[in-house]
Design a protein around this ligand. Structure first.
Ligand SMILES: [Fe+2]
Length: 576
């Protein structure tokens, strides 16, 4: 009998649902793509029962399942373990995280999830529902889909229940905790959230801070940074939460050390850049120490990685080049979205004892749409379109002529990176393309880097890659561009000479062919690739794609083999 296991995450944010069938990953989707709210919901005390209803429904529909076809449901947080926060001495706000009242409310509400899910599915699922430790789910989301027979595993985030860093070892179908895990308040994730806000961004803007770090001098504030976080050669670290005050909006101690807090919209000064650079520097030190320590204690050649902090692609680049392990795997949705995948696999492999293993080689696990659904959506907006007989060749020509192209194909990606199915593409040879995209299309800060998609077979010729590893397939690692190449692709090489590369092989046939056609025209096997969105979540459906196209200044929309050019459309006449 076929057995299905569902994984669910809505403990804090990045709500998601994943479905596995006899151990094979069938579907993994993030709720934000359906409800069109970034991160699906804020990480509030009063909303853990808000389950990702659209994602759950989509998972069931994708296999034509009835609720009773689901054998087990894994949830990526253990409420009992979370209650340990009540006993930590901390600076808190009344009724907030870490207080008796706040944590009691959270526990009560999260405990209602099995009943809420039962009501949604109109059947009692409470006996099939399994609470799982959050970091076990992060770790499982990487190890059980890594393809490794054994692997050290590291998971680093803001907070699970109380753990913030979790070290483990995977051997065949078992995952076992190693010594060296860390608990709140020693949290790299919260450390970054606090500095993101100090620098005038939101707690979700770690990637902006990382981008900004390339412009700063890491030595200016390095010593001051060490008054906030101390670390040892075994990868352990201790934060000074007397000064950081993670659970309150108080930045006075940071202002004493680094100067006034930047408010949103204010000018970014050299001082801000230097703070970002020092933050990146200590983070790299800590993570490299942790990886070295894991290399020494794990007796494995392989390392699997997950957790929101591990979206730091600059640190990942250093880890992959460190030589502490031979092979690396990073879960493409290493933020909390990926814990639904981990919850399902932990149950399948570890709890149920199944020995069959799988490898998550790509992140195309979301919805796809038919040609007729696309045509219907285009007709709904009275858009003129044409069908191309060779869409890759024609699109490559348009990009080489300077057009910004929205590219919508096949199944939507899982995780924060667009990997050529919901992407905005442009010519990387044009230096001004980065400004055009940041300023007029994505409405982002000038310093935000844009990444390249490059043919896998050409990656080592263009970038300083010692040994190519799968994380570059998920755009999770930066490499230095080669000296003789970087001036050929200025739009996708960052201030520090690195690029967050996305290697593309023939498994995404259409996208690979598009880059091959671009290479034929330009001798450059690279496209500028950024996610298809403008402030909102990445587009999911043809309707989302069309809405974003029409409100933006994107020149061309390509959906399957259909081409829509902005020029000549009724709605755009006033702007052209
Ligand atoms: Fe997490």
């Amino acid at each position: 009998m076929v057995r299905y296991v569902l994984g669910l995450n809505c403990a804090y944010h990045e709500s998601s649902c994943a479905l596995i069938k006899d151990g094979e990953l069938v579907t993994a989707v993030e709720e934000e793509r359906f409800n069109r709210i970034r991160h699906a919901k804020p990480a509030n005390i009063d909303n853990p029962y808000v389950i990702p209803v659209n994602s759950v429904r989509y998972c069931l529909e994708s296999e034509n399942l009835k609720p009773n076809d689901i054998y087990r449901i894994g949830f990526s947080l253990n409420p009992t373990k979370r209650a340990r926060n009540r006993h930590i001495k901390d600076i808190t706000i009344k009724g907030g995280w870490g207080t008796l009242d706040g944590e009691t409310t959270y526990t009560r509400l999260i405990n209602s999830v099995p009943l809420v899910l039962s009501a949604l599915l109109a059947t009692d699922v409470t006996k099939r529902f399994v609470w799982l430790p959050h970091h076990i789910c992060h770790a499982a989301s990487a190890y059980f889909v890594s393809g490794f027979d054994d692997s050290a595993v590291m998971s680093v985030d803001g907070i699970g229940e109380i753990d913030t860093t979790f070290l483990s070892i995977g051997r065949k179908n078992k995952l076992t905790q190693l010594p060296g895990s860390m608990q709140y308040p020693n949290s790299l994730g919260f450390f970054w959230e606090k500095f993101s806000k100090y620098l005038g961004f939101s707690e979700y803007d770690a990637s902006k801070v990382m981008g900004l770090a390339a412009y700063g001098d890491r030595n200016v504030f390095f010593k001051k940074m060490l008054t906030l976080i101390r670390y040892r050669s075994d990868g352990s670290f201790k934060v000074n939460n007397e000064l950081l005050r993670f659970r309150v909006e108080d930045y006075r101690p940071l202002e004493k050390l680094f100067g006034p807090r930047r408010l949103h919209g204010e000018e970014i000064t050299d001082s801000h850049k230097n703070v970002a650079a020092a933050l990146q520097a200590v983070t790299e030190d800590i993570l490299l120490n942790m990886v070295k320590h894991l290399g020494e204690v794990s007796n494995s050649k392989n390392l699997s990685i997950a957790g929101g902090v591990m979206l730091n692609c600059v640190a990942n680049g250093l880890i992959l080049d460190s030589g502490y392990f031979d092979n690396y795997y990073i879960q493409p949705a290493s933020n909390d979205a990926g814990t639904s995948v981990g919850a399902a696999y932990y149950i399948w492999n570890h709890v149920l004892g199944n020995e069959n293993r799988t490898t998550m080689k790509d992140a195309y696990t979301g919805p796809s749409y038919t040609d007729s659904a696309i045509i219907d959506a285009l007709k709904m907006q009275n858009l003129k379109y044409r069908e191309s007989k060779n869409i890759e060749k024609e699109t490559a020509r348009l990009i080489s002529e300077g057009k910004v192209v929205a590219w919508f194909q096949g199944k939507m990606e899982f995780g924060p990176r667009a990997l050529g199915n919901r992407s905005i593409l442009a010519d990387p040879r044009r230096k001004d393309m980065r400004d055009i995209l940041n300023r007029t299309i994505k409405h982002r800060e000038y310093f935000r880097p844009l990444g390249p998609s490059i043919l896998t077979e050409d990656a080592e010729e263009w970038f300083e890659i010692k040994k190519r590893q799968s994380p570059s397939d998920f755009m999770l690692v930066t490499y230095k561009a080669k000296e003789n190449k970087k001036n050929l692709i200025p739009a996708v090489v960052h201030e520090d000479g690195t690029s967050r590369i996305h290697t593309v092989n023939k498994s995404n046939y259409k996208y690979h062919k598009l880059i091959v056609e671009f290479k034929k025209l330009t001798k450059v096997p690279v496209l500028l690739n950024t996610s298809y969105n403008d402030s909102e979540p990445i587009v999911c459906s043809p309707k989302d794609a069309i809405d974003t196209f029409m409100k933006s200044k994107i020149d061309v929309l390509v959906m399957h083999d259909y081409i829509v050019e902005r020029r000549g459309q009724e709605y755009a006449k006033k702007d052209i």
